[in-house]
Design a protein. Sequence first.
Length: 470
Amino acid sequence: MIKSTNAAYAILSVILFCNVGCTINKPVIAVIGTGYVGLVTGTCLAHLGNNVICADIDQEKINALNNGVVLMYEPGLKELLDESVLKNQLQFTHDSANAAQQADIIFIAVDTPMQSDGTANMAYLESALQTIAPTLTKHKVLCIKSTVPIGTTDYVQQLLMSWGVEKHAFSLVMNPEFLREGSAVQDFLHPDRIVIGSRSYQAAQQIKSLYEPLLTSNTPCTIVDPATAETIKYASNSFLAVKISFINEIANLCEQTGADICAVSHAMGLDKRIGPYFLKHGAGFGGSCFPKDCNALLHNAKKWGVSLPTLSACLLTNEEQRKKPVKKLLDFMPNLHNKSVTVLGLAFKAGTNDVRNSCAITTIDLLLQQGAHIKAYDPVANTNMKQLFPRIDYCNCLEDAIDQTDAIIIMTDWPEFKQLENISKKSSAHDLIIIDACNIIDCSKLETKKIIVGKMGKKYEAMDNRRMCN
Ligand code: UDX
């Protein structure tokens, strides 16, 4: 009896030690950059039990985070952030150097925005590296999360050593993210795959161990060299963009032939080799990533003497597609001068307040060129669009936005815009034109003959004295 009790105690103490020991030995993680990638990465790594310090040069952003205010619109992020801060597993600081000094693993998640020539701006990355370099006195893993041109990780290796950082003081990893704005927390915690690029087996394993709780038989981890990881990121995003431009081209064909683009897209997606995602036609793609990444890959390839004509065509198609909503409106209303036109949806997609490269920017630009008077409404993106177009009228609700207007262009598929199907009950509807650029309106539900609906990818037909989509 005594022997078995001792054995039980021995086993229990080993288990306890492992747990306590592992918790104590958890690496300290610094995340440099608290944009949607950095903040979601830091918060989710803390949620997975790590000790995380998120740092940013933007004092205002850090002050807000230290007051529990999340400036970006990311469903689920605030809850996870509050929970991790409460457990003292997540901190925010303006002092990136101090964060890096304390860390065993440093994620760099700073922006690499597109420059006017289409190449990636590396200034923020280099600035972050300059801040981190002096802290590399004992070995740390430096993990690049930012989307960077092919060859950057190896370049960073040379750069740090040229600054006098000892080779043994760091190991580089490239760990691209595949987070969509508006679903970034979901995408982080339920990834399709983890990609890790490194020349150091140990460093790769250290980063892989952070994702261990997320790895299942359906979520593989691919460990490759850094350039391969960099290419996977650009190639994945660019392919998604190509897929969108392709379905938009087919939609433009259906507009002439009368074929049903929705049925075409659906049936194409039933082919497992094609898949149903990113086959939704509309006014083109926007956002902070697709335009940037496609242009960066194009210029990256050019530097290596390789042309990517498919990608060039994808961007050209997208540029034309973004003009179509206003072109469609002009079909019905050739003279927009002094006409009141309402733009519904300003964010580059529903579920976010981000207006970067939003297709609504092209729409507003073109309407202003036509001399239209613009009313604009978005459930969450008004404030951000006001930075770009301060002089148009911003409405605080759908009702006001559609009241006393000559035409409506729906640019973002926010669910609340489906209310337009009942618009006749809501306003003294004179002949009202709706250009539904994101195909959210079910025309069969429209009751009044006084509404004309133009849709992307739909052929117009004269029907009982009104022209509307079929
Ligand atoms: C994208 C990638 O999806 C993500 O993996 C990467 O990490 C960052 O870039 P994001 O830009 O946030 O994410 O949004 P996404 O949902 O991909 O949409 C991008 C654009 O494509 C939006 O303008 C959206 O409206 C458009 N889109 C998307 C379509 O026009 N059709 C579709 O079927 C899907």
